[in-house]
Design a protein around this ligand. Sequence first.
Ligand SMILES: NC(=O)c1ccc[n+]([C@@H]2O[C@H](COP(=O)([O-])OP(=O)(O)OC[C@H]3O[C@@H](n4cnc5c(N)ncnc54)[C@H](OP(=O)(O)O)[C@@H]3O)[C@@H](O)[C@H]2O)c1
Length: 335
Amino acid sequence: MTLPEVNRQIVLRQRPVGLLGDDDVELVESPLPQLQDGEALLEVEYLGIDATVRTWLSQAEGYMPPVGFGEVVRSSGIGTVVASRCDTLPVGGPVYSLPGWQEYAVIRDDFLSTPLEPDADKLGLIAIYGATGLTAYIGLFDIGNVQPGETVVVSAAAGATGSLAAQIAKIHGCRVVGICGSDEKASWLLDDLGLDGVVNYRTESVPERLRELCPNRIDVYFDNVGGEVLDAALGRLAQGGRVVLCGAISIYTATQRPPGPRNYFQLINRRGRMQGFLSMDYWDRLPEVRAQLATWVAEGKLTWRTHLFQGLAAAPDALNAMFEGTNIGKIVVKL
Ligand SMILES: NC(=O)c1ccc[n+]([C@@H]2O[C@H](COP(=O)([O-])OP(=O)(O)OC[C@H]3O[C@@H](n4cnc5c(N)ncnc54)[C@H](OP(=O)(O)O)[C@@H]3O)[C@@H](O)[C@H]2O)c1
């Protein structure tokens, strides 16, 4: 196979304020890297657009160092090995990795790269069977200890993680209420995914609607957004309720951190628990979770959607779409 001489990459130029602006990142061309022993060259086919990418572009302390100026924007993705000096990453093999916003990435046989079976469904892995499904599953079961018959509330419920968490809770026999930001999303959640209730947080009072839709209060709140919505859910927590802190997208682009949740003392009154987690810490569980998700999909109990963007240059818009809430399901960039 003849490889191109240049690699196209999107690098960080300045820290964004709010949404990603035109001057914050730049699409550049650089020579295709020469491989060292133990390295392989991945031709990236799909980039998974994750909200956490925006946190890596800020200076704030996180679970990974901020992306530096001139560095390729960090991102998950899937592709095929096209050149290799690594026995365990042979040419032709598909690999799930953290290639960044670029067409070709140097990868190694380390915890960041997971070789896949030759016929792996790459789009499916980005959208459901990889980190996204793992996050929903671990959040509900390991962190939320969700039980049949309980009331579960999920925010960003029409998004990638939320739509899976909401459906899995339904499969598990829970009463599930989703919170989302548009009537189109609300219809999808109610009519297609069969949720028991939906709140449009942009047009409705979340505390009022949670009172109506959760008469027995909330046993598990799967939080993807933080801020006011988290506060409203805390205010409606049931005895022994669990708050699963999966993400806080409402603050990722904020220039000032909002005040802490006003209703946190309900954790005391209700003997509740609030716990954060990172799905990457559960990566060894991926095969088991992937198999369970695939079974539910095959049985017609679980469905997933993608919101596709075309071409590397679309990656910044794809990231912004997540914060504008224009997506239903997983945002993916197809290179
Ligand atoms: N802990 C982990 O290991 C882990 C792993 C993956 C993802 N996550 C977290 O999971 C959350 C969802 O990520 P995802 O990749 O699945 O994204 P997503 O839900 O597909 O997209 C993000 C959604 O968030 C909603 N949103 C955006 N700004 C908001 C705001 N200010 N207030 C309320 N809702 C807002 C939008 O939907 P609406 O129209 O409903 O507003 C948007 O569609 C993120 O917080 C992410 O950081 C955590």
